[in-house]
Write a protein that binds this ligand. Structure first.
Ligand code: UDX
Length: 455
């Protein structure tokens, strides 16, 4: 919304949230305190805040004043009831729709920005049509394709903007109104308009295709390690084919983030609902390989450390699900840590943007979801620590595991780090960002995803 405000100075954008704390942070004079860390975001907020961009908790007032309302609330995977662990939890979306229906006294265009299962717009439309004030509503789907860490750049130069609307005169008018907003900075040929369902489904499918590429290359990384091929070389060779392309072929410790797993599970659930079991199983395979990759990484550490990590200290570089973000949702770090902690390891993390409280909450949420006892959970949490430098994490560590590809990890003083670690000193590079040859020449036993150790 900040980018819309920045690119359309004649439009007044009001971002509302029921959380006073969150809104206060968005209004904080110190831009370092914004609730989200994203390169370039602070500058965009600074440019428009107080001019045509406002942050407020006055939800009802904002609803009444607006011509267009974007619903951008969380749609996490359900943790209860039917569809638990797979379907999207639409509680917050429904609450928004009900509030708009209750409060709005004039016609509105309502835009689904949250990623939603196919046919959610229909449910929103039905709720809105029961508005007691006789206002007319038109619901559009406008999924967001930005990636975290590059969000601002992605929004300024989107590959495409997708807008789905009803194929009725009113629907088409509403689509045009939203097209006109984006056309302020996005070339018209990149603005794709479809029917509502195509738009909703395209978002799930885009994320499923992207995640599928990562699982494909990660599955091949296991084969490379077994056979002596190098997954980087294979990815380069394969990616040179124009039809395949080079992007999203970077083998890793496994993908994380708030979208990939959630959206694929959503897609799988949708297929199952329509009785398309083979299609559901096909996409489920992407998640299966991702889980396998995270387990495989943790198991590799254990195996290399003479089959036990009990009482050993493992340094983690990174906890965020990718670099340049403080987001940790579904980060591979949580699962790798859990597996090693279950085997008695102690983990010391350094992440430039993630606090220990966040790490502990991530782990606790996973363990509680899995039904572990309070004693077990507390025992594991006590063995998860964090420090404030990459080097400090390695002091007296038996092994270093690179989990997030933060640039700062590439320029560490590895000679010094080596002297401070227990010997033999192991490095497990889950992101393929370190110089393997240099590490070996210093004396480390280094392991890289997708490359046989002998190579
Ligand atoms: C993703 C989509 O890219 C974006 O279009 C959508 O709107 C939201 O979901 P995001 O989750 O922010 O964006 O990050 P992305 O860059 O896609 O990375 C997702 C995960 O895949 C990260 O853990 C990343 O490290 C991993 N990844 C990505 C790989 O392991 N290998 C790759 O080649 C690319």
């Amino acid at each position: 919304m900040a980018v819309i405000a920045r690119q359309c100075p004649n439009i007044k954008v009001t971002v509302v949230d029921i959380s006073e704390k969150r809104i206060a942070a968005w209004n904080d004079a110190n831009l370092d305190n914004l609730p989200i860390y994203e390169p370039g975001l602070a500058e965009v907020v600074a440019e428009s805040r107080g001019k045509n961009l406002f942050f407020s908790t006055e939800v009802d007032k904002a609803i009444q004043e607006a011509d267009m309302i974007f619903i951008a609330v969380n749609t996490p995977t359900k943790t209860y009831g039917k569809g638990k662990g797979m379907a999207a939890d639409l509680t917050y979306v429904e609450q928004c729709a009900r509030r708009i229906a209750e409060v709005a006294t004039s016609d509105k265009i309502v835009v689904e920005k949250s990623t939603l299962p196919v046919r959610t717009a229909e449910a929103i439309q039905t709720i809105l049509e029961h508005s007691p004030h006789g206002a007319q509503f038109e619901v559009l789907s406008n999924p967001e394709f930005l990636a975290e860490g590059t969000a601002i750049a992605d929004l300024f130069q989107s590959d495409r903007v997708l807008i789905g609307g009803r194929r009725t005169p009113h629907g088409e008018q509403a689509v045009q109104a939203l097209v006109d907003i984006y056309a302020n900075w996005i070339p018209r040929e990149k603005i794709v308009t479809t029917n509502v369902w195509s738009s909703e489904l395209s978002k799930l499918v885009s994320n499923a295709f992207l995640a599928q590429r990562i699982s494909s290359i990660n599955s091949i990384s296991a084969l490379c390690e077994a056979t002596g091929a190098n997954v980087e070389e294979v990815a380069t060779a394969v990616g040179k084919d124009n039809r395949i392309g080079p992007k999203f072929l970077k083998a890793s410790v496994g993908f994380g983030g708030s979208c990939f797993q959630k959206d694929i599970l959503n897609l799988v659930y949708l297929c199952q609902q329509y009785g398309l079991d083979e299609v559901a199983d096909y996409w489920k395979g992407v998640i299966t390989i991702n889980d396998y990759q995270k387990n495989r990484f943790a198991s590799r550490i254990q195996q290399a450390l003479f089959n036990t990590v009990n009482g050993k200290k493992i340094a983690f570089w990174g906890w965020a699900f990718k670099k340049d973000t403080n987001d940790t949702r579904e980060s591979a770090a949580i699962y790798v840590a859990d597996q090693l902690l279950s085997e008695g390891a102690e983990i010391v993390v350094y992440d430039p943007k993630v606090s220990l409280v966040r790490m502990q909450l991530d782990l606790q949420t996973l363990l509680e979801y899995r039904g572990e006892t309070e004693t077990d959970i507390n025992g594991k949490l006590a063995k998860l620590q964090s420090v404030d430098s990459a080097e400090a994490a390695c002091t007296k560590a038996h092994a270093l595991a690179v989990i997030t590809e933060w640039d700062v990890f590439q320029t560490q003083d590895f000679e010094t780090i080596y002297t401070q670690m227990e010997k033999p000193a192991f490095v497990f590079d889950g992101r393929k960002i370190l110089n393997y040859k240099q590490l070996q020449s210093i004396g480390f036993t280094a392991y890289e995803i997708g490359k046989a150790t002998e190579d």
